[in-house]
Every structure is written in C-alpha cells, then in structure tokens.
Design a protein around this ligand. Structure first.
Ligand code: UGA
Length: 424
C-alpha cells in the first residue's frame, strides 16, 4: 500500500503558494495556512494574489480537483492553524526579511513555529524559509521532536518549472522519522537527493545563492572593463561559459542583481560571518560591486546626453524608464536596480517617466517620492513618446520591439535590443 502523506504549508508567499499547489498537483492533500485573510480568500477563490507565470492555471486545476473532477491531491487555504493537526509534515515558508544592519528578522518564522506548537502539532516540522545555519536547531528543535530543513531553489518567474524540475533536492534531517517523511514527500521527483544535517542544509541555500550572486557581480565587473576596452562582454561570456567548470548561466552582465533573495541572503551571511569572527571580504565585495552597478547606467546617460543632446546636465530632461521589476515575469520590485536608478535620476532633477507591465503598483508603494514624483504610463509606447531618452531596466519581452523607440537615445541596463548598454 502506498502511504500518501498529508502536508501542511505555513506562509503563503511565492514559495508557500508554489509548494502547496505543486505538492497537490503531485497527488498530496495540502493545507496551506497564512494569517493574511485577504490572501487566503483570494487563493480559495482561485484568484492569484501575486503575479507568477502559471499560477492562475495551477489554481484553476486545484479548484477542479477540489470539485471532485479528475481525482488527485487538493490544496486548501485557511487562516486556521488547527487544520494542520491532520498533517504528517508541515513546511514553514514564511518570509525572513532583512533587519537593519543585515541580520535576519525572524519575527514571522518564530511566530509560525510558536503557533504550530500552541495548536499541539506533533508531526514533522520542516522549514523551507531561508534561515541562517543554526536557526532551525535553535528555534524549532526545542519545541518539536521531528525536525528537518528543506531549502527551496525556486526563482520567481519560473517557480513552478523549478518546483517540478529541480537540479537537486536537499533533505536536512535531525532524526530518522523526519528523514523517512521527507524521502516519501520527494519520492515522485527524479532529481539527485542529498541527505544532510539540518545545519548543512541551511548553509547549502546561502552558499548556493552567494555563488550565483558572485557570478552576476563578476560578469558585471568584467562587463565594465570590457566596455572600456570596446569589447562585447556577451561574446566573451559565451566563450567563458563553455568551460564546464564555469557554465554560461548567470553570466549576463547588466545593472546588477536585485530581488528578495540575493541581496538579503548575502547581507545575512556577511552578518553571521562577522558574528562568528570572520571578515568575509569576498562576499562584502560582491554586495559593494552590486550597489554601484546601477549607477553606472546613470553615469553613461549623463555622458551620452552631453555628447548627443548637447545638454550639460540631466536636469529637466524627460527620461523614460522601461521596467521596474527586478527581473521579467514578476511584479516584485524588492531591491530592484530600478530603485537606485530612479532615485539617482530624481536627485539630479530629471523628469522621470516609467512603465512596467506588472510592477507599477508595487513600485509606487515603495516611497512617497516614487508615487508622486514619477509619471507612470499605461504602455511602453506612451512612455517612450513622452521622453527624450529611454533607459531599459528589465528585460520584458515587449521591450524587444525596436520600432518602439523612434530614433531616441536608448541605453540598456539589461541586454534587450543590443543597443548601447551599461557594460556593452
Ligand atoms: C534566486 C535563486 O535563483 C533561486 O534559486 C532561489 O531559490 C531564490 O533566489 C531564493 O533564494 O528564494 P530570484 O531572486 O527569484 O531567485 O531570481 P534570479 O533569477 O536568481 O535573479 C536574481 C537577480 O540576478 C535578478 O535581478 C536578475 O536580473 C539578476 N541576474 C541573473 C543577472 O543580472 N544576470 C544573470 O545572468 C542572472
């Protein structure tokens, strides 16, 4: 007899939603819990509370299965923690946002663990949230007998694809019950499975993200040098990336990495390292390189505006910013390079116009300055037509249409058109 476990997921952000629907799709019954009533209602009605490719379809399919057609697993969404009592394994996927100074804010994480304990949950507890090594042992293990740690490697914009086709599955475990349960949960997957200690599994996630961030910062830095040499960094990286020891992925030079993961995880790892008495010079340099990179585009704009438009400064210039999200196919603007670029432009007295197909609302919410001092447009065309110069900050597919730009000065922060860019 195949024993199908019942799963719980606490925290319905990107990771929690994708995990709930992904496991349901694989035949598990899942209870997804969040304290945010609006979010739970929206998911229960099949309406995506965030933008993620495929999410609407997976929600629809889940609703169909819930309605009894087709059989298979079903994910239900609720604010009621007691519904988790019937679960064998509960994953914790709440956010662990950065604290002032680079540490980790564990408020939601600790809150979720405490609630799980208060309702009397006795099964296996497995954080998937990115937490610093030692956190699970310190916060979860004293309250529960069976504890694991299972890092996620879901990138926003391709989260469902990443869920169903992982490069690897890391199963951190503290005892045999936790390990057996995790083996069962992941039995439908073919990927290599690594069974590690909880603390090792926690560090895998940070080491993974730090290395990817390092690759991006490295590509950006080589790109800055290549531009001065008059050399195309993309052709260089195509060659470098063919070395199997290196690989081509994450060597696309541009205006730096953003998002809720790399900047936050690097800062937290640096913070932890200092606490442990080790000065992490390399990781520090990655963050510093990345902090400067978006401003290279503003410097380039200043130079080209002087040369081509004959204006001594950017003051009063109408500049269109295309793309606000930290990467395409997401509405997420956390730590997006657009934040630094738009702030710098506003500081210099530029009249900033902006367009993003998904992220305008989130960008407006970041600061009163962004909501009232930036002119937003409903289409890329309208935005471009209102401006004398254009900066492309996110590689949304629709920006690839060269006819949009009508001979204006266009500079790219991400390679979209192949015109002049921040490091090419
Ligand atoms: C990242 C990791 O890729 C996931 O594996 C991980 O699970 C996730 O963080 C997390 O910790 O939860 P994500 O932040 O969604 O995912 O996005 P990425 O696709 O990794 O992109 C990060 C940033 O790097 C973006 O701003 C992107 O534009 C930039 N980037 C990426 C480059 O500038 N060049 C590249 O070649 C690749």
């Amino acid at each position: 007899m195949v024993c199908v476990l019942k799963l719980g997921v606490v925290g319905l952000g990107y990771v929690g939603i994708v995990s709930s629907l992904g496991f349901a799709e694989l035949g598990f019954n899942v209870v997804g819990v969040d304290v945010d009533t609006a979010r739970v209602e929206s998911l229960s009605k099949g309406r995506p509370p965030v933008f993620e490719p495929g999410l609407e379809d997976y929600l629809k399919r889940n609703m169909k299965r819930a309605g009894g057609s087709g059989g298979g697993g079903v994910a239900v969404f609720t604010t009621d923690y007691t519904r988790l009592l019937g679960c064998d394994v509960v994953f914790i996927t709440v956010g662990t946002p950065p604290r002032e100074g680079g540490g980790q804010n564990l408020e939601y994480f600790e809150g979720a663990v405490k609630m799980l304990r208060e309702v009397g949950f006795r099964g296996v507890v497995v954080p998937r949230s990115t937490v610093l090594p030692g956190t699970t042992e310190r916060v979860v293990a004293p309250l529960f007998e069976h504890v694991g740690y299972n890092p996620e490697f879901l990138a926003e914009g391709s989260a469902f694809r990443d869920f169903f086709n992982p490069d690897k599955i890391v199963l951190g475990y503290s005892d045999g019950v936790a390990l057996e349960a995790l083996r069962k949960v992941y039995s439908p997957f073919n990927a290599p499975k690594l069974e590690l200690g909880v603390r090792e599994a926690e560090l895998v996630k940070y080491a993974n993200n730090a290395f990817l961030a390092l690759k991006v910062a490295y590509a950006d830095e080589v790109g800055n040098i290549a531009k001065k040499l008059g050399v195309d960094v993309y052709r260089v990286m195509d060659a470098v990336g063919l070395d199997r020891r290196i690989g081509r992925a994450f060597l696309n030079a541009g205006i730096g990495f953003g998002g809720s993961c790399f900047p936050k995880d690097l800062a937290a790892l640096i913070h932890l390292s200092r606490d442990l008495g080790y000065e992490p010079v390399l990781l520090d340099a990655v963050l510093e390189q990345n902090r400067r990179q978006p401003l290279m585009l503003v410097d380039l704009l200043r130079t080209r505006v002087r040369e081509r438009l004959g204006r001594p400064s950017l003051r009063g210039l109408r500049v269109g910013v295309l793309g606000l999200a930290f990467k395409p196919n997401t509405d997420d603007v956390r730590e997006a390079p657009s934040i630094r670029v738009v702030s710098a432009l506003l500081d210099e007295g530029v009249e900033v116009h902006a367009y993003d197909p998904r992220a305008e609302e989130n960008f407006r919410r970041l600061s009163p300055r962004f909501s009232s001092n930036v002119v937003y447009h409903a289409t890329a065309k309208e935005c471009v037509e209102a401006c004398e110069a254009v900066l492309i900050l996110t590689e949304w597919e629709e920006f690839r249409d060269a006819s949009l730009y009508g001979g204006r000065l266009v500079l790219e922060g991400r390679r979209v058109l192949g015109v002049e860019g921040v490091c090419w």
